[in-house]
Design a binder for this molecule. Structure first.
Ligand code: ADP
Ligand code: MG
Length: 283
């Protein structure tokens, strides 16, 4: 479990990125922070692995304050995927994936064998193993980034707009792949995006941010969709446009959340208590 407790961040120079943010991310679930550029998403994400230290409040992992953990140790047990793949250009794909395990003492042969398995797991063909990052497509590079983040078998995955730079079709593929992986692996994922559809597709919990990392609304996708907290969320979600990926439909008196193909992904409790039931059959 990850818990943000009243965290704030004022950068040197005085810009306030995050004012006062509190949120709990349950283990084995995916929480998506969604907000426009500059709303503090990256700052919040990086507080978890101490690439950024908060100027107030604290971040807890399983009731341990991350401030008391050595940053290098911490980063080795937390997977991190960036928008730009962040791959080492002069190392082959398989060696990129195996980098951290080798650093932490896994014999190279073993690490490479495991890296090949991970490549398969993220949908990369083995014959790409000896290529260099520049010889891959953007989507393939992001898959390598995901495989690399999984290499040390972390409980936590931090993903910062990982699919932001790839075209929409590849993006949908990557989202689907991540959902499938998550069903299999059950990691604790903190995912950042500015794309509300992506947030709804991937999040068990979605946190809509205003500038300054202020929570406009947090909840399950169906709940936010059906009951936007205010005008800000309504506009961001575009609930009144009627062209969402997910929307609510009345079926025999029950309020059903359906996806773009018309398949039911959840039921909203008509009495208004208990909240949405089910969040699709995906994780
Ligand atoms: P997002 O990821 O949502 O785009 P960021 O967390 O990157 O938002 O940034 C939030 C705010 O903090 C922005 O106004 C940004 O300009 C500022 N900021 C981010 N990083 C730094 C930094 N290293 N120094 C100063 N200001 C920063
Ligand atoms: Mg960012």
């Amino acid at each position: 479990m990850i818990r943000f407790e009243n965290v704030g961040k004022v950068y040197r120079g005085g810009s306030t990125a995050v004012t006062d943010f509190s949120c709990t991310i349950e283990s084995h679930t995916c929480t998506v922070l969604v907000g426009t550029s500059g709303s503090g998403k990256t700052t919040l994400l990086r507080m978890v692995n101490r690439m950024v230290d908060p100027t107030s409040g604290r971040v807890m992992i399983d009731d341990e304050d991350v401030a008391s953990v050595d940053p290098v140790q911490l980063r080795r047990r937390i997977g991190y995927v960036m928008q730009s793949s962040g791959l080492l250009p002069h190392r082959t794909v398989v060696d990129n994936v195996a980098t951290v395990p080798v650093l932490t003492g896994t014999p190279r042969r073993e690490a490479r064998a495991h890296a090949l398995d991970l490549m398969e797991m993220v949908g990369l063909q083995r014959d790409l193993a000896e290529r260099y990052p520049a010889q891959l497509s953007g989507g393939q590079q992001q898959r390598v980034g995901v495989a690399r983040a999984l290499a040390s078998d972390p409980n936590i995955l931090l993903m910062d707009e990982p699919f932001g730079a790839v075209d929409p079709i590849v993006r949908a593929d990557l989202q689907e792949e991540l959902s499938r992986l998550q069903t299999e692996l059950g990691k604790t994922i903190l995912f950042v995006t500015h794309d509300i559809d992506e947030a709804f597709r991937l999040g068990d919990q979605v946190v809509v941010l205003r500038p300054g990392g202020v929570i406009a609304q947090a909840g399950e996708p169906a709940e936010i969709l059906a009951h936007p907290a205010d005008e800000f969320v309504r506009t961001f979600v575009g609930a009144d446009r009627g062209a969402r990926t997910l929307h609510v439909r009345d079926i025999d008196g029950a309020r059903i959340v359906v996806d773009e193909a018309g398949a039911a992904v959840g039921v909203l409790d008509p009495a208004g208590h208990g909240g949405p039931v089910g969040n699709g059959e995906r994780p």
